[in-house]
Design a binder for this molecule. Structure first.
Ligand code: FMN
Length: 330
């Protein structure tokens, strides 16, 4: 499978863009665990143009994580052109346009999923972005605005005609936000439309290797994108890859592995942000790294309250020792 000149030799697994989560430190962890293509968090085109620190900082990429896409959003065509030019200077492998974000602060301004209510504008912006860069441009969107307007089959054809290199579809409408269960039927319909020749990436609710295989087989998509299930559990990429290869389920990571990856994540976080911010931002991942561990709460409290990186590293080692002994006692 190819997106522009990016070639995937095995069935590709993508890390979904997640605001405040898929920053550089987290992406480096997912890359090591088998993510084939990753994206930055969405970046406001207006923020990039104003040179707002919060937006510009999200452009930071390193070669180790390639191929990497920068995702931008906005409602104004000229701003999106300018933002594309700025994003291109950061040297990503592709530019992705977000037409799927359902949150009010974005849709109220006519951006993200709001564009599903104004297809001519969506197409105008996509065309303009495709023309503004020599990089491949991809789009990520949803099934439609609401239950009554699931227009993705027709929208996908129009998007393809703008020259985009791939399309990712999250199987929910804007009105659903993140509720209910993702419906992959229309994703399959887009993929099986004989008019569609660009790769179609399916997204929504994949949380296990078995489910990944079911979606791949039932809907025929060219790749799968995984978001929430990878947060604090980056092993999901390799687990899916192994399952696709020979049908085997890898054993879940033991406490040593979890502590090791969590420490690497913390180290990246401190390296790429300042020490205080790096440590503070790690707090949202600890619960997931040790999900299902009995009596974990006191350790979590300690991790959340400690303000010294060396001490956090020590607590992680204490966690490793404690659960290793627990395992022996089992
Ligand atoms: C906390 C959070 C932040 C998100 N941020 C973005 C974003 O910046 N850009 C985007 O295209 N989608 C964003 N999404 C949507 C995800 O990329 C993905 O489409 C959705 O979570 C469904 O996939 P999943 O079930 O595998 O998580 C976000 C979702 C969540 C839960």
């Amino acid at each position: 499978m190819k997106i522009g000149n990016i070639v995937f030799n095995t069935y590709p697994l993508f890390l979904a863009p997640l605001e405040d989560i898929t920053d550089l430190p987290f992406r480096l962890i997912c890359k090591k665990q088998g993510a084939d293509l990753m994206y930055t968090e969405f970046i406001s085109s207006e923020g990039l143009i104003r040179d707002a620190r919060k937006s510009v900082i999200k452009l930071e990429l390193v070669d180790e994580e390639r191929p990497i896409g920068i995702q931008i959003f906005g409602h104004d065509t000229n701003s999106m052109i300018r933002a594309t030019e700025i994003a291109e200077q950061a040297n990503p492998d592709l530019i992705d346009i977000n037409f799927g974000c359902p949150v009010r602060k974005v849709t109220n301004k006519g951006a993200g999923a709001a564009m599903l209510q104004d297809i001519p504008k969506m197409i105008e912006i996509t065309k303009a972005v495709v023309h503004a860069t020599k990089l491949p441009v991809t789009v990520k969107t949803r099934l439609g605005w609401d239950e009554k307007s699931k227009n993705i089959v027709e929208v996908a054809e129009q998007l393809q005609d703008t020259g985009i290199a791939a399309l990712t579809i999250h199987g929910r409408t804007r009105a659903q936000l993140y509720k209910g269960i993702a419906d992959w039927t229309l994703i399959g319909e887009v993929k099986n439309n004989p008019r569609i020749s660009i790769p179609i990436i399916g997204n929504g609710d994949i949380s296990s290797p078995e489910m990944a295989l079911e979606m791949r087989n039932n809907y025929g998509v060219d790749g799968l994108m995984i978001g929430r299930a990878a947060v604090g559990y980056p092993w999901i990429f390799n687990e899916i890859r192994q399952y696709f290869k020979d049908g085997s389920i890898l054993p879940p990571p033991d406490v040593e592995e979890r502590v090791d990856v969590c420490k690497q994540h913390l180290a990246h976080s401190v390296e790429y942000k300042d020490e205080r911010r790096g440590m503070f931002e790690m707090r949202k991942y600890y619960g997931n790294y040790f999900k299902g561990f009995k009596n974990f709460k006191p350790y979590k409290m300690k991790l959340m309250q400690t303000e010294d990186v060396d001490r956090v590293m020590e607590i992680l080692e204490e966690i490793e020792d404690y659960y290793k002994i627990e395992r022996l006692n089992d």
